[in-house]
Design a binder for this molecule. Sequence first.
Ligand code: WT7
Length: 636
Amino acid sequence: MKNYVIESLPDYFKQYKKSIKNPKKFWDKVADENFVWYQRWEKVLNYNMHEAKIEWFLNAKLNITKNCIDRHLAPRGRKTAIIWEPNNPDEPAQHISYNELYERVGKMSNVLRDQGIKKGDRVSVYLPMIPELAVTMLACARIGAVHSVVFAGFSSSALASRINDSETKLVITSDGGYRGNKVLDLKSIVDDALEKCPTVEKVLVVKRTNNEVTMKEGRDMWLQELLDNAPVDNIPTIMDAEDPLFILYTSGSTGKPKGMLHTCAGYMVYCAYTFKNVFNYQENDIYWCTADIGWITGHSYILYGPLANGATTVIFEGTPNYPNPDRFWQVIEKHQVSLFYTAPTAIRSLAKENADWVEKRNLSSLRVIGSVGEPINDEAWHWYNDHVGKKKCPVVDTWWQTETGGIMISPVPFVTPTKPTYATLPLPGIQPVLMDDKRNEITANQVDGNLCIRFPWPGIARTIWGDHQRYIDTYFSAFPGKYFTGDGALRDEVGYYRITGRVDDVIIVSGHNLGTAPIEDSINLHPAVAESAIVGYPHDVKGNALYGFVILKETGETRIKENLAKEINFLIADTIGPIAKLDKIQFVSGLPKTRSGKIMRRILRKIAEGDFNNFGDTSTLLNPEVVEEIKAGRIE
Ligand code: WT7
């Protein structure tokens, strides 16, 4: 990445100003000077923030894999592109060079093509954190297929709904996966899901655990046998700037998950640019992001951003505490990681361990350490800064979303003075605004409000797959003409932003974005349940945990409450995944409602927190007696 590297605080302000004054010129130069194109764009940007119609680099032609692989072969073909660190520390790590990545992606591309996958077809990927996951995504991108990666912790019905929504033709999975001391049985989850998925024609299976699996004749094939017979060379498909690159599902506050669609050129430019600047990436860095590739963090900052910069990126199969709670620190030491990116929930859980685990490892290779996924509390920020960064590595608290494609608000290391719990300043090209509930823009500092973005940036999602109206309704209607993030934020006296959390019905648990409605829907499937409401409450490791209030049907029959609670959690694990299980379940006879029948979640949230004094305005409350009952029965 030449030019447009932010070098100092005055330089940041200069570049930021330029990027706001003339965003088209700014992104035109970034795109022009740092990527390879088959054909230049005719126009930098077309947009309408009311119709949510956004197009960048119109009519440009490219292939993202040429930028992530082919162009690096001459200058750095023998450089390691991917270091794969397995779950078990005794299993050797793999170093995959750019040359080797070219070969593996080429073969995989040819396999997909042989299986009838064409430009525009959707491929669902349900794999553990193994190199084949990265190779598959790149192969899809190379032939113009649209990948939809589903996090391998999701249940079979969650997988099925994502496969059906995207009308997937081919699924890639494995015979199993390792995570800590668990073995995941992925193939049978896929088999279950596919009972309900009529569009899927083929399933390719990677061998990882040697679990016994059933292979369905005519549908399932072992991937390795196909790869062995595939040629290496594969000419990349020429893609239009606005052709779909991938779909990634994120929870909504209502109904089914939203398939966020990202397109080729804008996404590439934005995640490569932000990777370079937010991590101060240099040619010799070893970069490690601990997220799962099944989330946007992994897409943008394990795969596409680092590879577009020719970096060495670590893919880690395991967990922070297996076999011991120093696994992260041991991997940093082993691979001499210099740029490290993780989540507050991991930091909090590791901070609870004896400090020896981190102190006895040599972390002197580190230069920059990052955080993402949820607000990082003061205590976790300081622990991270003191024990991991040794007060020498800038902590970049990066705020962004699946929808934004890349990092939006973050310190630039060695440039922006950090402030604990603050994501600080917007990156060039990003124009945040705070709006009050009456839709007025708040211009003063030292205020909080609803965080919106005023102007498009190249990485913004273009639509919700198959439902553009929902895209408009969710993001562009609450504050007309602006993109609404769903987050609240505070702006301090110098203009630094601190994200205060969701202002909608999304709850972030251990960095995972969970909608209340889908969880409630799944609880309500239980035959004994009449109605339910979920809220989040503060949890010292997970950030938030889930508290469910459940009304049972009056059947006259008495059932054992503990068993019911277990059954409810089974149901949730089954329909969504174990990450959405409730920590506390309280059976109640009613829920606080307004006269119009809306549940007053604010009151439930306060009760779950144990704060009985700040219920706010309760004048519209229909059934105050229920509140007393719920208070009395609160689970500690
Ligand atoms: C939501 C988006 C962005 C990749 C991972 C999550 C919260 C994310 C921060 C941060 C405070 C943060 C927001 C956002 N969030 N990063 N640094 N400080 N909150 O992507 O699943 O789409 O979730 O995560 O609430 O809206 P996601």
